[in-house]
Ligand binder design. Structure first.
Ligand code: TXA
Ligand code: MG
Length: 320
């Protein structure tokens, strides 16, 4: 059962858990977040495991200051001025990633953009001490409403996590507003804690509305579609195919594979989730026309892994 510690007493324990690749529930001004070190793939995989999310949606990376944000993403004058106006606060900016930023690809579901925000309160202090960004979706089981008190987090996720940090009831109570900066325009991806009108006044321009492409939940099929065709549940490998393996035993014909990556030699689904996007990208770069994927069990994180793979395997003109 999770321990609930007051923000003033939780710092060292929280740092130890995050350094060890574990998750911690943190207060922010919007809703409580389920946080992991955004550079640690196993920690980020635990977020999905604890929430029971059936899909790998991209997560928000939380930063301590603008300097940390600029090491992660590329700001233009508009995004920089919005960050200076509204941070710390309930505004999330979706920006192009800076190459080599160390963010684990499971945070962004393999996208080349990243959602960033600077939270108020204990979360910001924790990130500054850790020296690395925290990936954090709302601290609730998938499909449940977001938690705005430490007790609500503990009642829902308590048996699955070790620490809930109590910062009192959150002041905003709804999630952050998400804005995508694209070629000099601003698109509202999710209304939230800062009103669209306030952003329009600060930016001196109207916001576009409605998701363009991949953003909305349910439209994630087009997420990182590899160039190669993907063949799932492969029990045989054809010569020249790339092989995405899982577990200790290899599919028949694996010796002829043009490239091979194993999601987890031991068959650990958390490790497999952490490796999924990077391994798919590696195999895609190998130049093979098809990536054969060995069967992966569908319990625990296997559900989200199989969801991602079946989307990659779907006929490209049928992607929803
Ligand atoms: O207030 C909040 O934003 C809370 C607290 C904990 O900070 N966090 C939160 O995270 O609501 P989450 O994971 O529930 O919502 C993140 C949203 C998702 O709808 C996701 O699709 C979108 O952000 N998102 C993340 N990265 C994106 C990207 N690169 N492009 C487009 N949308 C993105
Ligand atoms: Mg949520």
């Amino acid at each position: 059962m999770a321990e609930i510690l007051a923000a003033g007493e939780a710092m060292e324990r929280a740092l130890a858990l995050l350094e060890g690749g574990d998750v911690v529930a943190i207060p922010t001004e919007t809703v409580y977040g389920l946080a992991a070190d955004a550079t640690n793939g196993v920690g980020v995989a635990r977020i999905f495991e604890v929430k029971g999310r059936p899909r790998f949606n991209p997560l928000i990376a939380h930063v301590a200051d603008l300097a940390m944000a600029e090491r992660i993403a590329l700001f233009d004058p508009v995004s920089k001025s919005l960050a200076q106006t509204f941070w710390p606060g309930p505004l999330t900016l979706v920006l192009p990633q800076r190459p080599g930023n160390g963010i684990h690809p499971l945070v962004t579901a393999g996208l080349d953009t990243i959602a960033l925000r600077m939270p108020k309160g204990f979360g910001g202090q924790l990130i500054a001490r850790l020296g690395r960004p925290l990936a954090a979706p709302s601290a609730n089981s998938s499909g449940r409403i977001s938690a705005t008190t430490a007790d609500a987090v503990a009642a829902d996720l308590g048996p699955k996590i070790k620490l809930v940090i109590d910062g009192g009831a959150t002041s905003v109570g709804v999630e952050s507003t998400i804005l995508k900066i694209e070629g000099g325009t601003l698109r509202l991806l999710r209304p939230g804690g800062i009103a669209a009108e306030e952003i329009e006044a600060a930016a001196g321009m109207k916001l576009l509305r409605g998701a363009a492409g991949i953003e909305a939940p349910g439209m994630l099929a087009s997420h990182y579609a590899p160039g190669a065709a993907v063949r799932i549940n492969a029990t045989k490998v054809a010569n020249g195919e790339a092989l995405l393996a899982f577990g200790p035993r290899r599919a028949e014909g694996w010796q002829g594979a043009a490239a091979l990556r194993n999601l987890s030699e031991t068959g650990d689904l958390r490790e497999a989730a952490a490796n999924l996007f990077a391994h798919m990208q590696d195999l895609d770069r190998s130049g093979a026309k098809t990536i054969a994927v060995e069967p992966i069990p569908s319990d625990g994180l296997g559900e989200a892994i199989n969801d991602r793979l079946s989307r990659a395997a779907a006929p490209r003109d049928k992607i929803d």
